[in-house]
Design a protein around this ligand. Structure first.
Ligand code: NAD
Length: 344
């Protein structure tokens, strides 16, 4: 695989390192920030550097592109790269709207090139062990799930694109809620969302409180996104998902817990625990290997590109994931239940 990376910020550099680690060649990199280009040249020996991504994707000696730019750029850069015949690993959230995500996968189909979304939690040992259990043993009917991903003080890049609605789309809902909701629906093996009722709050960001270490702050920049979101998501099947996410909250420490309840067994993530009925109730700790999920993700992308393996993030899943998050934002804004059909 010969790859180009667009966006050489925090995660772009991780991807460059990991592309090399899995045996891919990083031919070119693009960023609008000259200092980032200088960094990847000096530290990773990337030879061809661009400030305009269109020059990178025009190269005929590249077969894969990683899009690791701010959220609002994912859609256009991905569609353009697919048009140029490149396979794409696009960071999460896939885009700002479900309609954009649909168009991204339409472009993937039309141009016969794969599109993988960087939902890194799917590449953890524990999530994969749980998913295998769901596929091979099953948990009966998954009827209720709760996904809670709360940071105590973790607002990223204050004043930068992260905290601008026009560039990020939303705060923690799109930033980390996308991970929590995706892993939950993946473990339920159900992405058929019907409607969403949600509320959002901004109690820390506007006061410049609750800041974290991720991202590059821009002094004086805006904060016009939420810092906490809570959503009740009703699935077509009648199942319910409760989602709560925060960048900042008055809690003792960061916490992340997903439970998925079926009528035969329940799952707990992180940690790959199963509580099942097998005549009697049994608690199981599934075995799994710990490996850097970003490396596993990149290895998967390489197999997608080189061997035609189907990307683990399926088009219809990604459209519904984005639709659920978008419907949650709309619900919070309008104070009513929003059907996903309204945003599709
Ligand atoms: N999968 C994960 O676990 C994970 C982790 C972190 C970030 N992300 C996602 O990756 C993306 C980037 O996040 P980050 O934390 O690296 O942000 P970042 O701000 O550190 O990096 C973004 C980079 O994109 C560059 N950029 C901006 N506009 C550009 C343009 N027009 N052309 C080329 N480059 C441009 C910026 O200069 C910057 O270097 C976001 O969508 C984020 O949600 C995913």
């Amino acid at each position: 695989m010969r790859a180009g990376v667009i966006g050489c910020g925090s995660i772009g550099k991780v991807h460059i390192k990991n592309l090399k680690a899995v045996g891919a060649e990083v031919v070119a990199a693009c960023d609008i920030d000259e200092s980032e280009l200088e960094y990847v040249k000096n530290n990773f020996g990337v030879e061809h550097l661009y400030r305009d991504y269109r020059d990178l994707i025009a190269r005929s000696d590249i077969d894969a592109v990683v899009v690791a730019t701010p959220n609002y750029l994912h859609y256009q850069m991905t569609v353009d790269a697919l048009k140029e015949g490149k396979h794409v690993l696009c960071e999460k959230p896939p885009a700002l709207t479900a309609r954009q995500v649909k168009k991204m996968f339409d472009a993937s189909r039309k141009h016969g090139r794969a599109l993988l979304i960087g939902l890194t939690l799917r590449f953890r040992g524990d999530s994969r062990a749980l998913r295998k259990y769901v596929e091979e043993v099953g948990i009966g009917e998954p009827y209720y799930a709760r996904a809670s991903l709360l940071r105590r003080s973790g607002i990223p890049g204050y004043g930068s694109w992260f905290t601008r609605k026009s560039e990020a789309g939303s705060g923690p809902l799109y930033d980390i809620g996308v991970h929590a909701l995706d892993i939950t629906m993946w473990l339920m093996n159900n992405f058929k969302v019907k409607e969403v009722y949600a509320t959002t709050y901004a109690k820390f960001g506007p006061k410049g409180k609750g800041l974290g270490t991720w991202g590059k702050p821009v002094p004086g920049g805006p904060f016009d996104v939420e810092d906490l979101a809570a959503a009740m998501i009703r699935m077509e099947s009648g199942a319910t998902i409760q989602l709560e996410v925060s960048w900042a909250a008055h809690i003792t420490s960061d916490s992340f817990r997903v439970i998925v309840l079926g009528d035969k067994a329940g799952l707990e993530f992180p940690g790959a625990k199963v509580y099942a009925e097998e005549g009697v109730l049994v608690d199981k700790q599934l075995k799994f290997a710990e490996e850097d999920p970003y490396i596993v993700e990149m290895r998967h992308f390489k197999e997608v590109v080189e061997r035609g393996v189907e990307p683990v993030t399926k088009p219809e899943e990604m459209v519904m994931l984005q639709a659920a998050l978008e419907a949650a934002l709309k619900s919070a804004e309008e104070g009513r239940v929003v059907r996903v059909s309204e945003v599709l």
